[in-house]
Every structure is written in C-alpha cells, then in structure tokens.
Design a protein around this ligand. Structure first.
Ligand code: SAM
Length: 290
C-alpha cells in the first residue's frame, strides 16, 4: 500500500523510549495522513519534530475519549485518514485506543495496524523467562478485593505472566505477588530502550529486597514465571499455596526436583527455616504411620 486509502484509521506504533525505534512505514503514514490523534500531543510533537513531520495533531486520551472519539469517527466517515498514536508503544495496549478501534470496526471503517515497539514484548524477550506461552495482564486492578481475586486466579497460571506497573506501586505489587504466587523466577524491566534501562532478574523475593533498598524509578514491566506445580497432583481447583507443606514438597519432587531442594524451596515460600520444615515433615510422617 503506497498511498493511504481514504477514511482509514491507522494504528501506529511509536517508540517506548529510544526515538530510533520507529518503522519507515510508520514515518511515511504519519507524513501522509490528514490527522494524527495522539494520547499526549506534546510527546508526539517531539517525535514529529525529530523526524521533521509537519502534521495536524489532535489529542485523544482517557479523559476526552468519548467526545473526541465521536469527532474522529465522523472525520473518518467523511473520508479523512487518521493515524492513532499512544504515549508510547502500540496503541490499544493498556491505553484508550482499544475503544476507538472497536467503534470504528462496528461502523465499517477500515483499521490498519502498523506494528512496532511494545513494552510487554520487549520485556518478555529479554526476561530470561519462557516466551513460548505467556499472558499479558496489563495493570493489576486498583481495588484490594479485585487485586486479590485476580492474583488468586493467577496462582496456578502455567504460562509466563506479564504486568505493567508504575514505580510508586511496585513494592506493594511485588509483596502481593510473593504472597499469592510464591517466590518464583521473575524479571523487572525498567526504562526499556532509555538511558537508564535496567533488566533485573531473580525471584520475586529478590526483586522485592532489591527495590526495598533502592527506590523504584521509571516505567516498569514485571515478567513472572508461570506456576510450575504439576496440575495432575494438585486437586481440581485447589491452589498450590493452599496445599499442606507435605503436599507442596510432593508436587515439586513429582516434577523431578530433588527432595532437599524441594524442602528448601517450600521453606523459603513459607518463610520458615529449613530445619523447622524438616521437623514438621518428620512429625507428620510419624503421625501418619501410627
Ligand atoms: N501502549 C504501550 C505499549 O504498547 O507498551 C503501553 C501503554 S501503558 C499506558 C504504559 C505502561 O507501559 C507503563 O506504565 C509501563 O508499565 C510500560 N512501559 C511503557 N514504556 C516502557 C519502558 N520504556 N520501559 C518499561 N516499561 C514501559
């Protein structure tokens, strides 16, 4: 496609930090469209100036999405080409773009995606965690009850889990992840593609320890390893964490972990010394024999 057809909504991915992360196609379409709808016009203006693009720019964000959305749809219906860009990355991923796309599609307006950077994929591929199967959870709900419900749901999710998080909520989120999912492999990727890019790998507990002593700064993606307990050994609908320590050790050894390692892991998840767990397991064993 060389020239945009008329009345097309283009979803244009823009950099998540480094301004060089933009495709030639996005640059061309931004030059050719009649109007660019941007989540943050100041940020997009910087990008356009960098590439010497002089385009008509309008704002489309969370607070004006109803009224402005309708206006954009009318312009599209009248044959104007509109490019939608978000603050950063792919429009429609954890930003108001999704609503505009759904409404455009329902009115028969053509929608054309122009791929490019997205924070979730960038973090996933560098995390060191499995990218074979993954789920994107975006931001956790704000209300405690909803968060707990979501985290309980995710406790037995076997796929790698990806979250977005703001720096001032990072510690609370890590604490809750540790409590609900246990001390799993995890990665915190911050300021990706920017000057202070940092990819910290470890367990959830280790990340919590690190960011408790070093205040979290910048934008974060959290990538968390999937549930590694065997589904077969966990009773239907029962979470790994709600199993007794003996059962948890059995789940881990059933997956091939050495008994010593399994006990060490369960003790760490329970926050008790390993020796104490040994004692408890021995007592339980003796009790079941008698
Ligand atoms: N549409 C965007 C995308 O495709 O990635 C996401 C928009 S969402 C409102 C913003 C969140 O994305 C941030 O709070 C942060 O969690 C994540 N994010 C965006 N840029 C990032 C970066 N450079 N490094 C790490 N996380 C980033």
């Amino acid at each position: 496609m060389t020239t945009p057809e008329s009345g097309v909504l283009y979803l244009c991915a823009t950099p998540i930090g480094n301004l060089e992360d933009i495709t030639l196609r996005v640059l061309r379409v931004l030059k050719e469209v009649d109007l660019i709808a941007a989540e943050d016009t100041r940020r997009t203006r910087k990008l356009l100036n960098h590439y010497d693009i002089r385009a008509e720019l309008t704002s489309y964000h969370d607070h004006n999405r109803r009224s402005k959305g309708e206006n954009l749809l009318e312009q599209l219906a009248a044959g104007r080409n509109v490019a939608l860009v978000s603050d950063a990355g792919m429009p429609g991923i954890s930003d108001p773009g999704e609503e505009l796309v759904l409404e455009a599609l329902s009115r028969g307006i053509p929608v054309v995606p122009l791929p490019g950077p997205s924070a979730l994929i960038t973090a996933l591929v560098v995390s060191g965690l499995s990218a074979e199967r993954f789920v994107f959870e975006g931001f956790l709900p704000r209300k405690n009850k909803d968060r707990t419900e979501r985290l309980t749901e995710l406790a037995t999710e076997v796929r790698t889990i990806i979250f977005y998080e703001a720096p001032h909520r990072l510690l609370k989120t890590l604490e809750e992840l540790l409590a609900h999912l246990g001390d799993r492999p995890a990665c915190a990727a911050r300021e990706l593609t920017k000057r202070y890019e940092e990819v910290r790998r470890g367990t959830i507990g280790q990340l919590l320890e690190h960011f408790s002593s070093q205040a979290p700064k910048g934008e974060f993606v959290l990538v968390i390893g999937g549930y590694s307990g065997s589904r077969k050994t966990v009773k239907e609908g029962q979470e790994y964490r709600s199993l007794t320590p003996d059962e948890q050790v059995r789940v881990l050894t059933g997956e091939g972990m050495l008994p010593n390692e399994a006990i060490k892991k369960v003790a760490r998840q329970m926050g008790v010394p390993r020796r104490e767990l040994y004692r408890l397991l021995k007592t339980n064993k003796n009790r079941s024999r008698n």
